[in-house]
Design a protein around this ligand. Sequence first.
Ligand code: ACO
Length: 431
Amino acid sequence: MSETQKTATLTIDGATYDLPVYSPTSGPDVLDIRKLYGQAGVFTYDPGFTSTASCESTITYIDGEEGILTHRGYPIGDLAGKSHYLEVCYLLLYGALPTAAELEDFESTITRHTMLHEQMVNFFRGFRRDAHPMAIMVGVVGAMSAFYHDSTDINDPRQREIASHRLIAKMPTIAAMAYKYTIGQPFVSPRNDLDYASNFLRMCFAVPAEDYEVNPILSRAMDRIFTLHADHEQNASTSTVRLASSSGANPFACIAAGIACLWGPAHGGANQACLEMLKEIGSVDRIPEYIARAKDKNDPFRLMGFGHRVYKNMDPRATVMKESADEVLELLGVEDNPLLQVAKELEHIALNDPYFKDKKLFPNVDFYSGIILEAMGFPTSMFTPIFALSRTVGWISQWKEQLSDPAHKIGRPRQLYLGEDVRSYADIENR
Ligand code: ACO
């Protein structure tokens, strides 16, 4: 933690307390309240962590007001346009863009860790065929702790690195296997001559009777989806990974916890929920009915794919994703797709509606990613697993950062207790 000259003064019942104030590279100043309970005997109250920085980090920065997202200082638009997923993985993990030799070495390492232990195939067979692929992923990734014992010692930096490589490399294989299992097709093994995105597409769409010819535009679009989801600072699933890790849990268990959190419709599950919503709306003439429902305080319905806790401007990932959607839909010749018509009209209406404008509710990345994935042939149930595999590098980078900070401690929030005060236990006959 950097030294600071600034302080904030807090007054409680006439007593004053000086709180150190830190100035980050970018973003608002941060008040250090760590000693507050010891000095003043009070807690702070911030459900949903809307004003709380939970850690120091040097990985990702978001300015939600301006719609800026950078990884290690590089804007997401540049990375999505000029870089590719595995290079971004290297950047997130190691803090700098790789040289050509470093990248080649990293790509080779990841490629050579893509296979799963053969015995792990048995886990898949234990699931019902109609299981959601996210349920399978939570289970199988958690089960990796039972297979890769040589990379679960979190105090050994080399083991941490091996676990990182394994997770990044095996996640597409696991997601593709989860998909194949739910549609009753045989698993397709990874192929070392294909790049990361092409390999994933082939593992999902090839069948023994016919190999899958990877179209470079689709593979580029897939890679871009991975890149745009790679990290997003202290979001709910990343904070879950950090909290799980704070107790010393092994990396596979921590990432399984992150996958579980990501599954929810307010987070990664929004891409599936968004596409299902577009299908439910069905035609442009029904949009006003759904806009009215989204505005109705008594109706729990929300426009999925709109709004974000941090972005109060256009989600910069959505801008790039929208371009990708146009490219992919043109390639596949589905520009007239009714779903796309609904999406475009909904976007137009919402962006011009005072309710959405006043609340700064813009389309987020999930609004467009679902449209691309659907056009590529993925069922909606695969949208969130694809998000999970993309975000794995972010989770792992944040996990590594946390463990290399000597000051890290177990995460243990306090509470504002509003339950009963101490009362006497009444025997059952006297209640
Ligand atoms: N449709 C209609 N109204 C909305 C929406 C929406 N999608 N999102 C927020 N609002 C309204 C809320 O009703 C609330 O109104 P109020 O102030 O009158 O009560 C106001 O906007 C603020 O909403 P909160 O829920 O307080 O904002 P929060 O920051 O907690 O939630 C969230 C952010 C969860 C993303 C929310 O916007 C949402 O549920 N969106 C739909 C789900 C979604 O697309 N999630 C993906 C997030 S991006 C990601 O994970 C990659």
